[in-house]
Design a protein around this ligand. Structure first.
Ligand code: UT7
Length: 335
């Protein structure tokens, strides 16, 4: 058998930053008409982290994640060829938050740009970074996904305020020629999602005015029931497709799904024929951190993974945009 020496992009380091403040279901129950019981049974979230430091944006968390990643792995900023940041909550409309993070971390010799693909941002950014690495254009890239969801959540709306949390996570991607790393990706979209998941104002159609602020139009709007149905159907579809075309069986993969609702996670896992201990979950204490969800889930579980392990990551969110990626873990005992 010939040895597989194709150059692939592999995660060689990972770091996350979660804000200290814990917003519990009990505290939320004092803010809106909800209860711990409703949130736990309908969604599966017990608590979420919220960035409370005044005057800081999403980059505050992403910078901490990237700096720690560099320090722990004895890397200099000059070793990095660029930063791709996925987010729906950039510090500002422009410049890109990637540029702000690069500047704060001293990364001066590389590309920096943001990608906005809703909750599916990380898997899209990962595939994009992998193409740069596989082509030889870049050697070491950081993909950082971060969200300050609390900046776009209406804490008077019980339909959305229990669902989201803040956080950031960064992965280092490097070329790998031992058969591990990113194996396959399926990325899809359908613009029908605009109707069900959007922010009404603040973009160029409806710039901010006193009226848009008064009408509370700068917050997440979600038709949860429709998003739920699409999320179950599409995450299952692409995850089954990627398993099928790579000859994977459910017993030999870890499945890392987007963490929006425990009932979605279970429904997708069931459709894929997964054993529950192979479906990784952190929704109870992280909630939905939009595009940061998957890398935070990876970081929370990195102790489980050994070199050569098969991981399928899948996400679904605004757009709609969704997808699955299949990777072989490349490092034993990641720090
Ligand atoms: O990350 C992007 C992708 N997002 C998702 O995948 C989210 C998908 N959607 C969901 O996870 C769920 O649809 C929600 C968690 C958003 C809502 O759960 P649901 O089971 O679909 O509830 P619902 O919206 O149908 O509401 C059922 C009832 C309603 O009351 P009535 O009209 O039946 O009297 C709601 O007003 O539950 C009520 N409700 C609540 N009650 C207590 C809605 N939110 C709350 C709440 N506490 N926080």
């Amino acid at each position: 058998m010939t040895k597989d020496t194709k150059v692939r992009a592999a995660i060689t380091a990972i770091e996350a930053y979660l804000p200290e403040y814990i917003l519990t279901n009990d505290e939320l129950s004092r803010m809106v008409d909800t209860s711990d019981e409703w949130i736990m049974t309908r969604v599966g979230i017990r608590e979420r982290r919220i960035l409370k430091e005044p005057g800081v944006g999403m980059s505050y968390m992403a910078i901490k994640a990237v700096k720690t990643l560099l320090e722990k792995n004895n890397l200099q900023p000059s070793d990095i060829d660029g930063i791709i940041c996925s987010t729906v909550t950039p510090d500002m409309v422009f410049p890109s938050t990637a540029a702000i993070i690069s500047d704060a971390c001293g990364i001066k010799n590389g590309l920096s740009f943001d990608m906005q693909v809703g909750c599916a941002g990380f898997i899209h950014a990962f595939k994009t970074a992998a193409l740069y690495i596989e082509s030889g254009f870049c050697k070491r890239l950081i993909v950082v996904s971060g969200e300050k969801m609390s900046s776009i959540i209406d804490y008077t709306d019980r339909n959305t305020c229990p669902l989201f949390g803040d956080g950031a996570a960064a992965v280092l991607l490097e070329p790998c020629a031992d058969g591990n790393g990113l194996q396959d990706a399926i990325l899809r979209s359908d613009g029908i999602g605009k109707e069900y998941l959007h922010m009404k104002a603040g973009g160029s159609i409806k710039p901010a005015t006193h009226e848009t602020v008064d009408a509370r139009e700068h917050f997440v709007y979600q038709d949860g029931k429709n998003v739920f149905k699409w999320a179950v159907s599409k995450m299952s579809e692409v995850s089954l497709e990627i398993m099928d075309r790579n000859g994977l069986n459910p017993n030999e993969i870890y499945f890392l799904p987007h963490q929006a609702n425990m009932r979605i996670i279970e429904a997708v896992g069931n459709r894929m024929g997964m054993r529950s201990d192979r479906v990784l979950v952190n929704i109870d204490n992280r909630a939905n951190t939009s595009s940061a969800t998957i890398p935070i889930l990876l970081w929370d579980n990195k102790h489980l993974f050994l070199k050569g392990d098969n991981l399928v990551l899948s996400s679904f969110g605004a757009g709609f945009a969704w997808g699955s990626i299949y990777l072989k873990w490349a490092v034993d005992n990641m720090k």
